[in-house]
Design a protein around this ligand. Structure first.
Ligand code: ADP
Ligand code: MG
Length: 362
């Protein structure tokens, strides 16, 4: 397995890109550590597949270099890079049996037959296709075929990295959970470098040690699930991670106070680089509803089991709060924000507080 360095990678699908907007992938400069389990998370069209295909070599980047363990592989083919990639839809040989499909990547590399047999049995058990091992792939269902595809990606243990591009889309929900747990286990056992693309936050947060959040062709934050929750570096991360997402409202900041309409909100500290017109972000988990604080109007209450989502209007803006299922909602409700859970944003990027280590990618 290898460490992967992406050095100033940019990609445009058109031949003469004029400006930023023409790049499907804006500047990506980052390292995937050897043996790390990463999820690339972001909405459809944000550049996840583009980035993955650049790592595997299916796509040559318009600019930048790619290194595996310090060696430049930018000009190498996918085969030469020694990467396994699993796609969203099955890539298998219909005329081969399930077993032959799984054995193929190994035989192709001259792996001895006894090891092929052992490895193939292991994978057959994992993808739960032992009973169909000697059937031709042609007759199988779409999700069985996808499991073969996944198995083919996992069968070799000598690859530099395993890349997954939304591999469980066509798999039923229960099996999805099973396979995801298996992948996690494999990662723990063998220390594969894994990059897993998904648009589903639950999938990303349960699979990965570190989640790479992409938005409009950029990596906007890389962090553990906790870091993404506690300190979103970009308002998009705030919206996209969490349910409901972070509340973001316009404020005017002076020193360690934020003016929001008629309200005066205390901040943990003054922002670095001065105040002015900024955005204030607070997650619904840190908004409380009671008799103290800022007068609000409750628009709707949604029951989500052990908690309730209170949808309120505060100074003309929608603000959500999460409260316990037994919480009493007063007739004249007031909201308050937990001071140390407030983040400030300028132009969607987190503005650190004075004295706090700067933002940026960690
Ligand atoms: P994702 O995998 O996150 O859904 P993609 O990497 O597939 O995103 O696409 C990123 C952007 O590049 C999108 O705007 C998409 O329309 C564009 N794009 C993807 N593939 C091509 C292609 N072969 N030719 C031109 N544009 C493309
Ligand atoms: Mg994609």
């Amino acid at each position: 397995m290898a460490r992967i360095d992406l050095q100033h990678i940019r990609h445009a699908y058109m031949s003469n890109p004029a400006g930023e907007a023409d790049y499907a992938l804006k500047e990506v400069h980052h390292t995937f550590e050897d043996g790390g389990a990463y999820a690339l998370l972001g909405p459809s069209g944000c550049g996840k597949t583009t980035l993955l295909n650049i790592i595997s070599g299916l796509l040559h980047p318009s600019e930048g270099r790619l290194l595996f363990d310090g060696n430049d592989v930018t000009e190498l083919s996918t085969q030469e890079r020694n990467i396994a990639q699993v796609f969203q839809f099955p890539v298998i040989y219909d005329t081969m049996t399930v077993r032959e499909n799984l054995a193929f990547p190994l035989r192709n590399r001259g792996v001895p037959e006894d090891e092929v047999g052992r490895k193939v049995s292991e994978i057959l058990a994992m993808i739960d296709l032992e009973a169909r091992a000697d059937r031709k792939a042609r007759g199988l269902t779409a999700d069985q075929k996808q499991k073969i595809s996944l198995g083919r990606g996992l069968v070799r243990s000598d690859v530099n990295a395993i890349l997954f591009d939304e591999p469980l889309t066509v798999i039923d929900p229960h099996m999805k959970w099973v396979l995801r747990s298996q992948l996690k286990l494999l990662h723990k056992q063998f220390g594969y470098t894994m990059v897993y693309v998904t648009h589903d936050q639950t999938e990303a947060l349960t699979f990965a040690e570190r989640v790479v959040v992409m938005y409009e062709g950029e990596i906007v934050q890389i962090g553990t699930p906790d870091e993404l929750f506690d300190r979103p570096d970009h308002t998009f991360v705030g919206y996209f991670i969490g349910s409901p997402g972070m509340n973001v409202v316009p404020v005017t900041v002076e020193g360690d106070r934020a003016r929001f309409g008629q309200q005066d909100i205390r901040l943990p500290a003054a922002p670095a680089g001065g105040g002015g017109a900024l955005e204030l972000g607070i997650r619904p988990e840190f908004v409380s509803v009671g008799t103290e604080g800022m007068p609000a109007r409750i628009v709707k209450v949604e029951d989500i089991g052990r908690q309730k989502i209170v949808r309120a209007e505060l100074e003309g803006h929608a603000v959500a709060a999460i409260v316990g299922e037994d919480a009493e909602l007063p007739a004249e409700p007031r909201l308050s924000f937990r001071t140390d859970a407030i983040s400030l944003y300028a132009d969607s990027r987190r503005r650190p507080y004075a004295g706090e280590a700067g933002g940026g990618l960690s």
